[in-house]
Design a protein around this ligand. Structure first.
Ligand SMILES: Nc1ncnc2c1ncn2[C@@H]1O[C@H](COP(=O)(O)OP(=O)(O)OP(=O)(O)O)[C@@H](O)[C@H]1O
Ligand SMILES: [Mg+2]
Length: 211
């Protein structure tokens, strides 16, 4: 595959309710205000095939789904997203902002579900054709604190409760391990105010987009 420029590819990571979507919306507005084109992708989903896979993954009737089947489905959805959206948008010089990407697979399926990390690494590489974000913003918050942020509609689906606090603690520790290995991974304290976090993101992004 030809070389793709990924300097405008940004991903956001963090456990559920850490504030990813809130910060992505603010960053999108900021970049658009500066005249850039921005394309936001949310995983799993974003293409016709990926949305069908999303339905399979979220369907509560599929509780028998084996961990590796889940891993392959997330990754299959990602293949479509990379080929149909991420690569074409980067080629058009858009900023592509991913609401979760490969680090979510490592944190949730690897550390959370305990699938062999070597397997995860290979599948992540294969599913993305090695198209990796230039910057990853990780919104760090302890699972117990994120839990307190749920609103009433979230409580009905109760993702945190369904998977269990122990699972989320493993995911949290997984993200910690990832942050120690990856220098393009910026850890932000997600318990600060929305505005403070947004400013920290701009401080990191601005020098990188000036050139
Ligand atoms: N810095 C913050 N301080 C306090 N509350 C926040 C902060 N950022 C976001 N929130 C609130 O926390 C909740 C979750 O935020 P948001 O939907 O942005 O998280 P998310 O990481 O996208 O979650 P999900 O993984 O469920 O998509 C929302 O009610 C949001 O208003
Ligand atoms: Mg969100």
């Amino acid at each position: 595959m030809e070389k793709i420029k990924t300097d405008r590819f940004i991903s956001f990571e963090g456990i559920d309710y850490s504030g990813k979507t809130t910060q992505i919306d603010l960053l999108k507005s900021f970049l658009e205000g500066r005249g850039f084109n921005v394309f936001v992708i949310r995983e799993p989903g974003g293409t016709a095939i990926s949305e069908k896979i999303r339905q399979l993954l979220l369907d509560k009737k599929n509780f028998k789904m084996y961990e590796r089947a889940e891993l392959f489905l997330y990754s299959a959805a990602r293949v479509q997203l990379v080929v149909e959206k991420i690569i074409p948008m980067l080629k058009k010089d858009f900023f592509v902002i991913a609401d979760r990407y490969v680090d979510s697979t490592t944190a949730y399926q690897g550390y959370g579900r305990r699938i062999d990390l070597k397997v995860i690494k290979q599948i992540n590489k294969a599913a993305t054709f090695d198209i990796m974000p230039n910057i990853t913003f990780y919104l760090e918050i302890k699972p117990g604190r994120a839990y307190e942020r749920r609103n009433d509609s979230a409580k009905q689906t109760d993702r945190l409760e369904a998977a269990g606090l122990e699972f989320y603690k493993r995911v949290f520790n997984g993200y910690k391990k990832i942050s120690q290995k990856n220098k393009s991974f910026y850890v932000l304290d997600a318990e600060q105010s929305v505005e403070t976090i947004h400013k920290q993101i701009l401080n990191i992004i601005t020098p990188k987009i000036m050139d």
